[in-house]
Design a protein around this ligand. Structure first.
Ligand code: FAD
Length: 463
């Protein structure tokens, strides 16, 4: 039996980052993984989707070369090559994690892990008997998978989840995307750009429903302009896969209709991997499908912790990593501040991109704030005009009384790289006045943040 200071179960952006930070802090660390290092994020999530989206964006630019005074004749795409490129990027990233494990002297235990009482982890590899390990601290980071709705059972062929959607052998002619969160919207953009006829079905009244309503409406307009069909306040009640394609029955306030497609992508959220990992054996408390933890990710059983998608909080890679770092720093006796879940940026990488942090206008009003709202459209931005990408805006929301920056909402090209400004400013409790006096470079898309803040205080220059 091998003994460790820390064993991490699962090597996603939660697990592998936790393991590296633990090793940096001097802990003898092991990580257990049943598939490829890097988890969903590197292998089946953040990274391969961004590779697909990049291909789609380059394709769009080439198709519109004339807008830039250029000529690109006979622009075609090779779906297979696009998918292969994405898989190659994912494989390369996973290999990078292997290198990081080696560099930080973290033992990688390949196989299916289960936590057990007595601070034990049992790992069953492909061959041989299960091996038992002990650790003073066991951190569960087993992540999540695609959620299945009873009305939409996934067969992996005609009704698929995100894994299949990024590795299809043949491009579908028609696709229905159920769910318009970040995952559904990114695939809708990708497939529409590649020439698939895409219909998005969303249960709630707006697409990207967690975003500010102005952003949802703008994205809906952009998607419709690009040819994506959108059905909101609509529910898939039944799918019939018996024929050549799929027939999906959709219920709306106007009644029922049947949509036909080659493939239905179910993008209705995630289900955590908490089954059969020994939680019941140890007595670790869960609520619905999340492991319950305190501010430092300790479960109800001393010595057992959980971070990432298996815990409550936003299911995002950067959240998983931040939680893991905080968890091991606390174990190491460092002074740590609990994570502020109200200051987590969320991004959707379609075109135009969407990025936001903090309260939406509706939430700020519901919470009783007297607010100042500022908005700056990219159509008034020199950089956006020069780039040929004038769609979208930056919207900021301030508390009128104390000047607290309550929320920032962006839609436009490149905004996912701009949102960090608002995150840092909010973390530092910066007021609008200070943002205004922080000189932004010209010409950049980021000037729109300064101008939106100026608009909130009736000082906007370029409107
Ligand atoms: C299509 C898609 C796109 C996404 N895009 C983004 C994005 O752009 N930005 C963003 O922030 N987030 C994105 N996400 C979400 C992000 O991928 C997750 O929030 C993140 O991966 C969660 O990290 P994690 O470490 O908690 O778990 P995971 O990444 O799910 O990793 C868990 C790991 O544990 C392993 N495991 C599970 N059970 C066991 C066991 N019993 N024994 C051994 N190993 C086990 C799994 O094999 C897996 O490798 C996306 C998700 C999807 C599906």
């Amino acid at each position: 039996m091998s003994n460790f200071d820390v064993i991490v179960l699962g090597s996603g952006p939660g697990g592998y980052v936790t393991a590296i930070r633990a090793a940096q802090l001097g802990f003898k660390t092991a990580i257990v993984e049943k598939e490829s290092l890097g988890g969903v994020c590197l292998n089946w999530g953040c990274i391969p989707t961004k590779a697909l989206l990049k291909s789609a964006q380059v394709f769009e630019y080439l198709k519109h070369a004339e807008d830039y005074g250029l000529s690109a004749k006979k622009v075609e795409h090779d779906f297979d090559a696009v998918v292969k490129r994405s898989r190659g990027v994912a494989d390369g990233m996973s290999k990078g994690i292997q290198f990081l494990m080696k560099k930080n002297k973290i033992e990688v235990l390949n196989g299916y892990g289960k936590v057990q009482p007595g601070k034990k982890v049992v790992v069953k590899g492909e061959h041989g008997d299960p091996a038992e390990y002990t650790a003073n601290h066991i951190i569960i980071a087993t992540g999540a998978r695609s959620r299945e709705l009873p009305s939409l059972p996934q067969d992996g062929k005609k009704v698929i989840g995100y894994r299949e959607a990024m590795s299809l052998e043949k491009q579908p002619k028609k696709m229905i995307v159920v769910g318009s969160g970040a995952i559904g919207i990114e695939f809708a953009y990708f497939y529409n750009s590649m020439g698939t006829e895409v219909t998005v079905v969303e249960y709630l009244p707006n697409i990207v429903p967690v975003e500010d309503e102005d952003v949802s409406k703008q994205l809906e307009r952009s998607f419709k302009k690009a040819g994506v069909k959108i059905k909101t306040s609509a529910e898939v009640t039944h799918v019939d896969t018996s024929g050549d394609g799929v027939k999906a029955t959709i219920k709306t306030s106007k009644g029922e209709e049947v949509l036909e497609a080659d493939i239905v992508l179910s993008a209705v959220g995630i289900k955590t991997n908490i089954e059969n990992i020994g939680l019941e054996d140890v007595g670790i408390a869960v609520d619905r499908d999340k492991i319950l933890v305190n501010d430092y990710y300790q479960t109800n059983i001393p010595g057992y912790y959980a971070i990432g998608d298996v815990t409550p909080g936003q299911a995002l890679a950067h959240v998983a990593s931040a939680e893991g770092i905080l968890c091991v720093e606390k174990i190491a006796g460092m002074h740590v501040e609990a994570l502020d879940y109200g200051n987590i940026p969320g991004c959707t990488y379609c075109v135009p991109e969407v990025a936001s942090v903090g309260l939406t206008e509706k939430q700020a009003k519901e919470q009783g704030y007297d607010i100042k709202v500022g908005k700056f459209p990219f159509s008034a931005s020199g950089k956006a005009k020069a780039s040929g990408t004038p769609d979208g805006f930056v919207k900021v929301i301030f508390d009128a009384k104390y000047g607290e920056w309550l929320g920032c909402h962006m839609i436009g090209v490149g905004v996912t790289d701009m949102i960090a400004e608002a995150v840092v400013a909010r973390k530092l409790e910066t007021t609008g006045h200070e943002v205004l006096k922080a000189v932004h470079p010209h010409p950049t898309m980021s000037e729109a943040v300064m101008e939106a803040v100026a608009d909130a205080y009736d000082e906007v220059i370029h409107l």
